[in-house]
Design a protein around this ligand. Sequence first.
Ligand code: SAM
Length: 312
Amino acid sequence: SDHRLDYPISPAHMDWASHFPAYVDKDPTKTNLSGAKKLVKDVEVVDIGCGFGGLLIGLAGILPNALMVGIEIRPQVLEYVTSRIRALRSQQEKLKAACTNTHTPTPSQSEPIEDPKEHTTANDNNSDMNQSDMSPVEGGYQNISALRSNTMKFLPNFFARHQLSKIFICFPDPHFKARKHKARIISETLNAEYAYVLRPGGLLYTITDVEEYHHWVLKHFKQASTSEDGEDNDGASDTATTGEAGGTETDNNEGQQTGIGELWERVTEEELEKDPCVKVMMEGTEEGKKVTRNKGNKYVAVFRRKADPEWP
Ligand code: SAM
């Protein structure tokens, strides 16, 4: 329960140094309000409910200059993803040493490099979690980390106003029953918090395999996808991509422009096609891979955080 969750009393008290040792400021006098060493840059990307870490690992080399953190509530899952990142960092360091030092044997000649699976503490029944990628990744996975928390309660304890450039919510728990909807990680109240920590121009990415949840997402960002479901219709093109290669069903609604949230605007399909983060979100997460295997649909919606409205 929450009393066992560790969280800082404010973002200025958060100790990020242990998460991102490669980014600790060399000046020892630079400390935060809890006395922890400061980083040379702030965390700016968050994966809410990161699960086993597939998104972070996929994004590490795509956004090598961004510090990214996954937040996960289940302790064993967090332990797993932390071990996985530690193993990947260590692999990369060995690879770097092998490449830069001609006297050092190459990875294949030296002792076997640790398999992240050996660090596994979670009950792993998903073969996709085995990461044995031995190619150099820009940044060497030093830019990703994970922590345990309940994002529904403590997000503003970790991140200051406008700190983040991207938030990902990939395959959130659907909580199908109406009386459980309050447990959903997307709601008007939580969206206001996401708008608080996300900078204007920042993006909030969502993906789900549950069509009803997708409509819930659109509704709670003051948009809806179809004219039949009784919600507002913003005219956005809504694409459900199936797990089968290349298979898509498109529901293109040429509706009237109504009800768009004051703080959010939906990112267009054309823009999403050019965004490599969307591809990772579709194919890189453990849940996304499962949906692909089961030939399920994937519904993507990405929202841009608009500038704060002017005060009268
Ligand atoms: N995003 C991952 C993926 O796509 O593979 C995991 C998806 S899984 C269905 C949802 C994850 O969100 C679970 O690992 C769950 O423990 C986590 N979660 C649910 N509620 C949470 C909360 N309030 N704070 C942090 N994590 C949460």
